[in-house]
Design a protein around this ligand. Structure first.
Ligand SMILES: C[S@@+](CC[C@H](N)C(=O)[O-])C[C@H]1O[C@@H](n2cnc3c(N)ncnc32)[C@H](O)[C@@H]1O
Length: 356
């Protein structure tokens, strides 16, 4: 049990919380060892490969085969349905408390520690108009989007995000620059600021800044950090154009944002990270594993996620060679990334790169 203040808003009724506990378990069952869909479908695909005497090449062939299996169709329906169950309940439960939740945000907007820097002139670029992971109204069109995201990711990460556990673990693994200097840290696409506060706790004397485009995310990030007593700045900026000075940061960090960017913006964001990270500084990225490291079922799942779970850009990200993009922009990647299951986060890779 954590001793930190509870920053995740309570649901309107206990019945909603218990329903969402069920959805979390249901999700664990579908995606984990309970139903074991992944291993069972992957075995089916490998057996078919052996029968055909040649490796799967085209995604279209894999897709046709999975769709021909009752197990494949069942798994897809359940994967989609558990997302719909989660968002439907969360939306209804927060809607019932809209007034009190919005006044809580207003209460914290101007209180510290930490600062909220919203840009009243901010224009959302067209590529962000997506309902990522089917979140109702997406990341920025509802004042309550940050709260929806917070509870939504609690269910999504299945026990790894009740009290920021996953973010604390990932931040702890980021290497410090070789010279040990850590005065300024940038958390790119910080959403509700869980990595930003984890960095502040790991490096208490450093200045930590989280940037994101979404006003509702940043307001929840600021409220959350202020409630925890963490002095962090949250600013409304684009990851591909942060506006900070050259070489300003010792560590630049990005957790699961690259797969949500169009390929052109991926290139621009790496270029921007290279600009704002000082020589010898670290750029640490956690994100989905690349296509070349994937089993046939994981390749299928990437297609499913893109098509049926609001991840339109993720296929291009998984197909691109992020190490090459990093190298072209003046980063040296410590080791080839390895895809591994990371608790509730599923398969992820990390790229720890040093600015040369
Ligand atoms: C999946 S979340 C990232 C997770 C986040 N790093 C965390 O720790 O929870 C995606 C976030 O990236 C933000 N985002 C996506 N594209 C962005 C961009 N081009 N500039 C700034 N923020 C962006 C979204 O608003 C959203 O809050």
């Amino acid at each position: 049990m954590s001793s930190q203040p509870e920053t995740m808003p309570a649901l309107a009724q206990r019945a909603d919380a218990s329903y969402l506990d069920f959805v979390e378990g249901f999700r664990e069952y579908i995606l984990g060892k309970g139903a074991d869909f992944e291993d069972r479908l992957n075995e089916e695909l490998l057996a078919e490969e052996r029968r055909r005497g040649k490796k799967w090449q085209e995604l279209e062939e894999i897709r046709a085969h999975v769709h021909g299996l009752p197990l494949g169709r069942l798994r897809d329906r359940l994967a989609r349905t558990q997302q719909e169950m989660k968002w439907h309940t969360l939306k209804r439960s927060f809607e019932a408390q809209r007034q009190s939740l919005t006044s809580q945000l207003a209460h914290w907007d101007t209180r510290g520690p930490g600062r909220l820097e919203l840009d009243r002139q901010f224009v959302y670029p067209p590529y962000v108009n997506v309902h990522f992971h089917l979140q109702p109204a997406g990341y920025y069109k509802d004042e309550l989007s940050g709260y929806l995201y917070h509870y939504g990711t609690k269910v999504f990460f299945r026990g790894d995000n009740d009290h920021d556990e996953l973010h604390a673990k990932l931040v702890a693994r980021v290497p410090a620059p070789a010279d040990g200097r850590v005065e300024r840290i940038l958390d790119l696409a910080c959403s509700i600021g869980q990595s930003s506060t984890a960095f502040k706790r790991r490096f208490p004397s450093a200045e930590v800044t989280g940037v994101d485009y979404s006003t509702p995310m940043l307001r929840v990030a600021h409220r959350r950090a202020a409630m925890l007593g963490d002095d962090v700045t949250f600013a409304q900026r684009l990851v591909e154009d942060t506006g900070y000075a050259n070489g300003h940061f010792d560590i630049t960090f990005a957790f699961i944002v690259f797969h949500e960017l169009p390929l052109r913006i991926i290139h621009e964001t790496v270029c921007e990270a290279a600009r704002v990270t000082r020589k010898g500084g670290i750029f640490a990225i956690y994100d989905f594993i690349g296509t070349r490291d994937k089993s046939p079922f994981q390749r299928y799942h990437r297609w499913f996620d893109a098509r049926h779970n609001g991840e339109p850009y993720s296929q291009d990200f998984c197909d691109c060679n992020l190490e090459n993009i990093l190298a072209k922009n003046g980063f040296k990647v410590a080791a080839a990334p390895v895809g591994q299951r990371s608790g509730g986060a599923g398969y992820m890779s990390n790229w720890f790169a040093t600015r040369e």
